[in-house]
Ligand binder design. Structure first.
Ligand code: SF4
Length: 385
């Protein structure tokens, strides 16, 4: 089992949201823009203005991770990525080899020369949105890559010098059978991966899938099939040497996602770009989900934030517990309380109740989700919050 320490109070993470996509996938509910050069240049300028604005917050921090997410960040181009990394490095020097710097990549963009250029720009981790290796399901999702292209993308990324590679896989897809899911998992075995994240499909409002809900819902796997897919993934991935360290995340020893671990362990992070979230000093805030408005606000010296929330102390504590308990190593109560404050009697009573019901184990002061707790995490979270 990997052990994930609590982040030092000096550490912070940075997230850059790059919303461009060649085409909008049918299930996607993110803020996405067409892939156009003038918009990319506008976003780059916006990042620079926002960086100047947020820099005072970061003065006493060391940068633990930098993450380029989207959208499709691999469409942004190595020169723009390099200029962002240089901008950060210029004002807050960091060691490129010690800092996890991730780029989300769509397989159709992972040509060898391009990936080499990203590696030279400073990217040392790639997260590839493979989703499935079933050609029919890729078509149904509206993805632009084929299974063979996805496999080649992983190999090319590795050969380009980015050896720390994560892939995303989706289950609970319409018409997806356990057999097809296991075929995808078997293909994955041969790839040079250090990390894998699982996602189950949720049909969100404002998506094409939402409009097609009546047609798609009867095609979705039932609860039993969904559970079988999840359990099969845990078994197979563990056999491939990818250990489960969080409800949906698997890694080779030493290769857990430092960036995502920051989300689970309350490391502060600043999000840059339209629709990007931040978490800072117990407060959550989000930039406006509109590139033009985001840019104009910054250009005229105003904040691009259009939502902020400061949870009260008790609600914040419960939320921190619910997020951190996703990690398989569990929560050492004394350490958690030293960092964040004492759990209330109400929370402790709920934990006792969930312990009796078999959702938790509790040993030597450490709370952990049991298998039942992992499978019914949403129930656990609702009870605790
Ligand atoms: S590539 Fe990702 S961000 Fe872009 S449309 Fe598809 S799911 Fe959404």
């Amino acid at each position: 089992m990997l052990t994930i320490g609590n982040p030092s109070s000096k550490e912070a993470s940075l997230y850059f949201h790059i919303p461009f996509c060649t085409r909008k996938c049918e299930y996607c509910h993110f803020y996405v823009l067409p892939d156009q050069e003038p918009l990319k240049n506008q976003l780059l300028e916006g990042f620079k203005l926002e960086w100047e604005r947020m820099l005072p917050f970061l003065q006493d921090k060391s940068i633990a991770t930098i993450y380029f997410g989207g959208g499709t960040p691999s469409l942004f181009g190595p020169d723009r990525i390099r200029s962002i990394l240089e901008m950060i490095h210029h004002s807050l020097p960091f060691d490129f080899s010690q800092t996890e710097i991730t780029l989300e990549v769509n397989p159709e963009n992972a040509q060898p020369a391009l990936m080499q250029a990203y590696a030279q720009a400073g990217i040392n981790r790639a997260s590839l949105g493979i989703q499935t290796l079933d050609p029919d399901l890729l078509t149904l999702l509206g993805r632009l890559h084929s299974p063979s292209l996805a496999i080649k993308a992983v190999q090319d990324t590795y050969q380009a010098g980015i050896s720390n590679i994560s892939v995303d896989l989706m289950y609970d897809l319409p018409k997806q059978s356990l057999h097809h899911w296991e075929m995808t998992l078997e293909y994955i075995r041969s790839l040079p991966l250090s990390h894998l994240s699982l996602y189950n499909l949720t049909i969100e409002p404002h998506t094409i899938f939402f409009k097609k809900q009546a047609e798609l819902t009867p095609l979705l796997p039932n609860e039993e099939a969904s559970l079988a897919m999840y359990n099969s993934a845990i078994e197979r991935l563990t056999n491939f040497g990818l250990e489960q360290y969080e409800i949906s995340a698997f890694a080779k020893p030493g290769f857990y996602s430092r960036h995502n671990t920051g989300y689970w362990t309350a490391r502060p992070f600043l999000g840059f770009g339209p629709s990007a979230f931040s978490y800072w000093q117990g407060k959550r805030f989000r930039n406006i989900a509109h590139l033009g408005k985001y840019y104009r606000a910054l250009k005229s010296g105003h904040s691009p934030i259009d939502f902020e929330e400061q949870l009260d102390a008790e609600a914040h504590l419960k939320e921190l517990f619910v997020i951190q308990i996703r990690l398989c190593q569990g929560i050492l109560q004394s350490e958690f309380e030293r960092r964040h404050g004492a759990l209330s009697q109400e929370t402790l009573q709920t934990l006792e109740y969930l312990l009796q019901e078999g959702f938790f184990s509790h040993s030597k002061g450490c709370w952990k989700l049991t298998k039942k707790g992992i499978l019914f995490y949403d129930t656990v979270a609702t009870e605790l919050i």
